[in-house]
Design a protein around this ligand. Structure first.
Ligand code: UD1
Length: 349
C-alpha cells in the first residue's frame, strides 16, 4: 500500500507524526508532500525535528497568499506530483487550505482520497476552515472521523457509509510527547494564551478588546504567556496594538513538546485554536475559548472548556477548576494505527 500525505500547516505536522509512524509500522510506503503553506522554522521545521517526522519527499513552497491564490497554487502544483507517485491513497488532514487543495487535486486525478479528522463542524459559514472541511468530506472516499460527534455530523450529511471512527491522532501524539520537555519558566503562575484566527485578529477593535482583557488578567495577579502566531503579530502591528501592554509576555510560538509541558504546568489556557482546546482538556487544564462555537464540543460538555466573546474572558478564566473526568471521547492514543488499518481495509481494488 502506498499512501501520499499532503500537509502544509502547523497542526497538520502534529497529526502527521503518529500517522507516519503507523504507516512505517504497517510496512506501507509513505510519500510526504509539504505544500509550504507554513514556512517559518517555528511553524514548520521544529515539528519535523522534535516529532521525528521523516523529511518531506516533495516541497511545493507555495508560501502565504490570499485564500484563492494559496489554494490555487497548491492545486496547480499537485497534478504532476500525484501523477508521478500514483498512490493507493491520497491522505489529507484537518481543514486548512492545503487540505482542500489536495482533496480537489486527488479527485480530479481520479485518485482515492481519505480525510483524517473528518466530520468536525463549527456550523459557522464565515470560517474558511468550515468550507475546507465540508468540501473535503464530500469529496473523500474514506472519512476517518475522530469522535462519535463527528460521525453524527457525517451521518446527517449522508456520508456514514464512507466513515470509520478511528479516534483523534492529536491525542496519540500528546500522550507520546508529554513529559519530554520542560515548561517555560513561570508557567505555574501563568495563563497560556494563543490568538490567531482571522475572526479575532483581523478586526482591530475586537483584537484590541482581547489584548486588553489579557492585560486585565495580569492586573488580576496572573502572568500571561501569549504565544504569538506571526499572523497575530502582523495584524497587531498593522492596527497599532501593543501585544505587551499591561505586562502581557508575548513570545514566539513554542515547539510542540515545550507547548505540551507549558500547558500542563499552567493555570489555564485562553485560545482560539482547535487543537489547544483539546490539549488543555487532555492535560486537565481549564480552557477559555474566544469563539462563538467549537468543533470539539466534548471539551465544553465535560466542563473543561468555556466559549466566550471578548468581554467574557476575565470571568471565564477566573472560574473554579472543573470536576475531574475519566471520559475519553478522543480515544486512547491508538488512532493513527486504527486510521492506517482502515486505509488497508478499504484499499480500492
Ligand atoms: C492556518 C489555517 C488554520 C490553522 C492555522 C494554524 C487555513 C485557512 N487556516 O491559518 O486553520 O488553525 O493555519 O496555524 O488554512 N505566516 C507567516 N509565516 C508562516 C505562515 C504564515 O508569517 O510560516 C503569516 C503570513 O502573514 C500569512 C498569515 O500568517 O499571511 C496567515 O497564514 P496562513 O497559512 O494563510 O493561515 P493561518 O492563519 O496560519
Amino acid at each position: 500500500m502506498k499512501i501520499l500525505s499532503v500537509v502544509g500547516a502547523r497542526p497538520q505536522f502534529v497529526k502527521l507524526a503518529p500517522v507516519a509512524d503507523a504507516i512505517t509500522a504497517a510496512g506501507a510506503e509513505h510519500v510526504i508532500v509539504h505544500t509550504g503553506q507554513h514556512y517559518d522554522p517555528l511553524l514548520s521545521d521544529v515539528f519535523f525535528d522534535d516529532l521525528a517526522i521523516p523529511s518531506p519527499d516533495v516541497h511545493l513552497g507555495v508560501g502565504s497568499g490570499s485564500h484563492g491564490k494559496q489554494t490555487g497554487a497548491i492545486l496547480a502544483a499537485l497534478d504532476d506530483v500525484l501523477a508521478a507517485h500514483s498512490p493507493d491513497w491520497v491522505l489529507v488532514y484537518g481543514d486548512t487550505n492545503s487540505t482542500l487543495a489536495a482533496a480537489v487535486s486527488a479527485v480530479k486525478m481520479h485518485l482515492p482520497l481519505a480525510h483524517l479528522e473528518a466530520g468536525l463542524r463549527s456550523f459557522n459559514r464565515a470560517m474558511p476552515e468550515e468550507h475546507n472541511r465540508v468540501l473535503t468530506d464530500h469529496a473523500a472516499d474514506l472519512l476517518l472521523a475522530p469522535t462519535q460527534v463527528a460521525l453524527g455530523h457525517l451521518r446527517d450529511e449522508g456520508l456514514a457509509d464512507r466513515t470509520v471512527v478511528v479516534g483523534d491522532v492529536m491525542t496519540d501524539v500528546l500522550y507520546r510527547t508529554r513529559g519530554r520537555a520542560d515548561p517555560l519558566p513561570g508557567a505555574e503562575e501563568a495563563v497560556v494564551a494563543t490568538i490567531h484566527r482571522a475572526e479575532n485578529t483581523d478586526d482591530p477593535e475586537r483584537l484590541a478588546a482581547i489584548v486588553a482583557e489579557l492585560a486585565g488578567l495580569v492586573a488580576g495577579g496572573r502572568r500571561v504567556l501569549l504565544l504569538a502566531h506571526p499572523r497575530l503579530r502582523a495584524k497587531a502591528a498593522a492596527a497599532g496594538i501593543d501585544l505587551t501592554a499591561g505586562g502581557v509576555e508575548a513570545r514566539d510560538p513554542l515547539a510542540y513538546p515545550a507547548l505540551v509541558a507549558t500547558v500542563a504546568a499552567s493555570q489555564g489556557v485562553v485560545t482560539d485554536s482547535g487543537g489547544l482546546q483539546k490539549e488543555a482538556f487532555l492535560l486537565q487544564v481549564p480552557c477559555t475559548t474566544v469563539r462563538t462555537e467549537t468543533e470539539w464540543t466534548e471539551t465544553v460538555d465535560l466542563g473543561w472548556n468555556v466559549l466566550v466573546e471578548p468581554g467574557g474572558i476575565a470571568a471565564a478564566a477566573a472560574r473554579p477548576r472543573p470536576a475531574d473526568v475519566d471520559a475519553a471521547p478522543y480515544g486512547t492514543g491508538d488512532a493513527a494505527e486504527r486510521a492506517v488499518a482502515a486505509l488497508a481495509d478499504h484499499l480500492p481494488r
